[in-house]
Design a protein around this ligand. Structure first.
Ligand code: BT5
Length: 310
């Protein structure tokens, strides 16, 4: 949201406040204040004009302005009610030089997981992609994926969903039927050998979505605890991600705390064959350490399956 509009909104949130007072405080014309108020109304903010001035009485349920309002992180949000894939759009923006932009959608029609798998994205989810331009070598980018998994898991725990992280990037909920996937992360990047030029972190979170609208192996926040305030949840997630990317040393300790993989028997499918054993640790920038019959092995990428204890 444009800076002056943000400041008008902040003033209204503390209202009632008169148009002339806002104009004076922000050093803009009264006509400009009026235009911002109208634009905010268009974006879904309910602003009453009363004798004692403007008052903000309602905020939009979801969307770019809803997420940006009160967001304590430096992201601009580009919202789409429907889009093919937020990652595709974010890559386009990244290629054009964008930074710290979040592409957010209510529904996606052509979303993808890793290895070009399809990702179900019905209306009511939180489907977003963050464009970052970190000063990192490509080999360290997995720490961003882990940071996103931590941020997502903490945000859903705050609304009462007992979720954990399956290495490297699945947010799962365990119940009597086993473990089902609540969120997934797809990180894409472009860069040179020593430094990335951009990273797009795509997060798909099944929020206010019916269980029937996602695969059998999946679950949703609605199914677990009922519907939530998606704008508030998205803000928490983005704020936490922003903190972690600035302090990457905090990522692994937080990841270990939330992990449902450590201590478990796992099978990891890697390009070099399956690695089977007990997951004992995660190491920078995101490798899983597996204790196998042939000793410790480190895997940096692959699909991980939690096995039953033997
Ligand atoms: C992932 O892939 O988990 C990464 C998913 C990333 C999706 C986000 S949404 C915003 C952004 N825009 C995009 O286009 N993508 C990102 P992977 O680990 O490969 O898991 C894919 C598998 O999960 C599929 O093969 C299905 O089995 C399952 N699946 C599909 N849709 C699902 C859903 N909504 N919830 C849980 N599981 C799902």
């Amino acid at each position: 949201m444009q800076e002056t509009r943000k400041r008008v909104l902040d003033a209204l949130a503390e209202g009632p406040v008169g148009g002339p007072a806002i104009a004076e405080e922000l050093d803009v014309s009264r006509a400009a204040v009026w235009k911002h108020v109208e634009a905010l109304r268009e974006a879904g903010f309910e602003i009453e004009s009363r004798e004692d001035g403007y008052v903000l009485v309602g905020t939009p349920e979801f969307g770019g302005a809803a997420v940006e309002f009160g967001l304590a992180a430096p992201f601009d949000v580009e919202y789409h009610e429907e889009i093919g894939s937020t990652n595709d759009r974010a890559r386009e923006l990244a290629g054009a030089g964008a930074e710290d932009v979040v592409v957010l959608a209510d529904e996606q029609t052509g979303a993808k997981g890793r290895l070009d798998r399809a990702w179900a994205s019905p209306s009511g989810g939180v489907w977003l992609s963050i464009v970052c331009r970190p000063d990192l070598p490509p080999a360290q980018v997995p720490i961003y994926t882990l940071a996103a998994a931590v941020a997502t898991t903490e945000a859903v725990r705050e609304v009462g969903v007992d979720a954990g992280i399956k290495w490297p990037n699945d947010v799962l909920v365990a119940d009597d039927d086993g473990e089902r996937k609540l969120a997934g992360i797809l990180t894409e990047m472009e860069g040179e050998a020593d430094r990335v030029s951009w990273v797009v972190v795509g997060i798909g979170l099944n929020a206010n979505v019916d269980g029937e609208a996602v695969p059998d192996t999946a679950t949703t926040i609605r199914e677990q605890v009922g519907d939530v305030d998606r704008a508030a949840l998205t803000r928490r997630l983005l704020e936490r991600f922003d903190e972690l990317r600035a302090d990457t040393e905090a990522v692994l300790p937080a990841w270990r705390d939330l992990s449902s993989t450590l201590g478990r028997r796992v099978r990891v499918e890697t390009p070099g064959g399956d690695v089977v054993g007990t997951a004992v640790d995660v190491e920078f920038p995101g490798s899983l350490v597996v204790e196998t019959d042939e000793g410790e092995k480190r895997v940096s990428a692959g699909d991980c399956e939690h096995l039953r204890p033997v």
